[in-house]
Ligand binder design. Structure first.
Ligand code: GLC
Length: 449
C-alpha cells in the first residue's frame, strides 16, 4: 500500500511524455504544452490514469531540460504558465492526473542561484577526491570566475546543490509548493541517488565487481559508496515530503532494488531499474519482480524511458506484445513511455548530437499519424521521425491485432487485478499471479551469451 498520497495511485498507469517530442502545435518543430493538450484524447482512449511530463522548464539544454535554469517557469518554446494551467485543467477534466519532473540534485549552471547563492552548491579550492561524473570525466570543474572547483554529478553544466544547506531545502520546497498550488498531482523526482553524498567527500574505492545496473565505462570503474546514496538522504526527503505532503512522489533512484528502503520511507514509490534492464528471460524477470514485490506495492515499474533503448528495440519487435502483458500485470504504479504503445523503435543519433551521452535515439517524435511528419509537426522536426508509415496511432487505432489495441485491453483488464504479485519461472514461461488471476507468458528462449 502506498504510504503518503492517496492509494488511488496503486495500480495506476502513468504515461511518460517527453514534451519536446510529443506534439508540436505551432510548427516550430518542437513539441509543446498546447500540443500535449491537443492529444489528450489519445491517452483517454488508451485508458491511462496520469501523465508524467519530463522537464518543461527554461533550460540551456546541456542535458535536454534536466539542467533547469528556472524552476518556476515554462521554457518559451514549450509554452507559458497560462498554457500550463490550461493543460492541467484539460487533463483533470478528462480524469487524468499530472506529474511533473522535479530535479532536486542539481541546477543549470545558468540558474541565477549559481552566481547569487554560491553557498547553495558544493565548492573546493582543489578537487578534493577522485569522484567521476555519471557521463564521464571528473566530477569537479573549475569555475573560471572564481578559480574554485564545483561538484557536478552529471555534466559540468549541472552543478550539484548542497541539500545540507537549509536555504536549499527551503528554496526547493518553494518550488514544489509553486507547482502544487497550480494543481499538479505529484512529481517524478530525478536522480535521488545523487542527492546526498559523503559529508567528508572521501574517495570512492575502485569497483571489484560490476554494478547491478549499466553504468558509463569510466563511472563504472568506481564503487560509488561515498559519491552516492549517503545515509543523510532522510534530511532531504523529509524536506521534500513536508513541502508536498499530499503529492504522489515517485523517485528515480538508480540503485539496486534491495537498496530502496530508506527512500521508500518518504516517497510513495521508486522505480525498479533492475526490471528495466533485465534481459527478456523468464528466470531473471521472475527474480527482479520478486525483489520488487518485497517492497510491498511501492515499486514503480517501467520497461522504457527517455534514457535507455526502447523496449521494442531491446527485446525485439516480436516481443513487444509480451512485454505489454508483463508490464500491465504488475502491481503498484506502472509507467508507459510515449510511443511504446505503438511499438516505436529507437531512431538514429542526430548529427551533431543533442545529447552528448548518446540518448537522442530514444527521444524521437511521437508518431500519431502516417506520413513523413507523423502528425507531429507541420515544420522541420527537431529530431527526425523514425517510421510513421510503419507504425502510428491512427493506423493502429481500432485495428484488430494491433499493439495499441492490445494495450487498451490490457489496461482495462488491469482494473480487475489487485493485491501483490508472485512471480516464478518454469523454463521459458514466466508466471505472474495476482490473487485469482494467473498470467503465463511464454517468452522466447534465452539466447546464450
Ligand atoms: C535522470 C534523467 C536523465 C538526466 C539525469 C541528470 O537520470 O532521467 O535524463 O540526464 O537525471 O539530471
Amino acid at each position: 500500500m502506498l504510504k503518503h498520497s492517496s492509494n488511488t495511485w496503486d495500480g495506476a498507469v502513468v504515461y511518460q511524455i517527453y514534451p519536446r517530442s510529443f506534439e508540436d502545435s505551432d510548427g516550430d518543430g518542437i513539441g509543446d504544452l498546447a500540443g500535449i493538450e491537443s492529444r489528450l484524447d489519445h491517452l483517454v482512449d488508451l485508458g491511462v490514469d496520469a501523465i508524467w511530463l519530463s522537464p518543461i522548464y527554461p533550460s540551456p539544454l546541456a542535458d535536454m531540460g534536466y539542467d533547469v535554469a528556472d524552476h518556476c517557469a515554462v521554457a518559451p518554446e514549450l509554452g507559458d504558465l497560462d498554457g500550463f494551467d490550461r493543460l492541467v485543467a484539460s487533463a483533470h477534466d478528462r480524469g487524468l492526473r499530472l506529474l511533473l519532473d522535479f530535479v532536486p540534485s542539481h541546477t543549470s549552471i545558468e540558474h541565477r542561484w549559481f552566481r547569487e547563492h554560491p553557498e547553495y552548491y558544493v565548492w573546493a579550492d582543489e578537487p578534493p577526491n577522485n569522484w567521476v561524473a555519471a557521463f564521464g570525466g571528473p566530477a569537479w570543474s573549475r569555475d573560471e570566475r572564481t578559480g574554485r572547483y564545483y561538484l557536478h554529478s552529471f555534466y559540468p553544466e549541472q552543478p550539484d546543490l548542497d541539500w545540507r544547506v537549509p536555504e536549499v531545502r527551503d528554496a526547493m520546497g518553494d518550488v514544489l509548493r509553486f507547482w502544487v498550488d497550480r494543481g499538479v498531482d505529484g512529481f517524478r523526482v530525478d536522480a535521488l541517488q545523487q542527492l546526498m553524498k559523503d559529508a567528508d567527500l572521501r574517495d570512492d574505492p575502485m569497483a571489484t565487481t560490476p554494478f547491478v545496473l549499466p553504468l558509463g565505462d569510466e563511472y563504472g570503474r568506481l564503487e560509488h559508496v561515498h559519491s552516492e546514496a549517503g545515509p543523510e538522504i532522510r534530511i532531504a526527503l523529509e524536506a521534500i515530503r513536508e513541502a508536498a505532503p499530499d503529492a504522489f512522489l515517485v523517485g528515480e533512484v538508480y540503485r539496486p532494488t534491495r537498496d530502496l528502503g530508506p527512500y521508500l520511507e518518504h516517497l510513495d514509490a521508486a522505480f525498479a531499474f533492475e526490471l528495466l534492464h533485465a534481459p527478456f528471460e523468464a528466470g531473471r524477470l521472475a527474480e527482479v519482480i520478486t525483489d520488487g514485490a518485497a517492497h510491498g506495492g511501492q515499486i514503480a515499474w517501467a520497461l522504457s524511458n527517455h534514457d535507455f533503448p526502447r523496449l521494442a528495440t531491446r527485446f525485439g519487435e516480436g516481443s513487444a506484445a509480451l512485454a505489454a502483458e508483463l508490464l500491465m500485470t504488475l502491481p503498484g504504479p506502472v509507467f508507459l513511455y510515449q510511443g511504446d504503445e505503438i511499438g516505436m523503435l529507437d531512431g538514429g543519433e542526430a548529427q551533431p548530437p543533442f545529447d552528448r551521452a548518446g540518448r537522442d535515439a530514444h527521444r524521437h517524435p511521437m508518431q500519431c499519424e502516417p506520413g513523413p511528419l507523423g502528425g507531429f509537426t507541420t515544420g522541420e522536426p527537431w529530431l527526425d521521425l523514425t517510421d510513421p508509415d510503419l507504425r502510428s496511432v491512427s493506423a493502429q487505432r481500432g485495428a484488430e491485432g494491433s499493439l495499441l489495441e492490445l494495450y487498451r485491453v490490457l489496461i482495462a483488464r488491469r482494473r480487475e487485478l489487485s493485491g501483490p504479485v508472485e512471480a516464478d519461472a518454469d523454463g521459458a514461461t514466466l508466471r505472474l499471479r495476482r490473487g485469482q488471476h494467473t498470467v503465463s507468458l511464454g517468452l522466447p528462449p534465452a539466447t546464450p551469451g
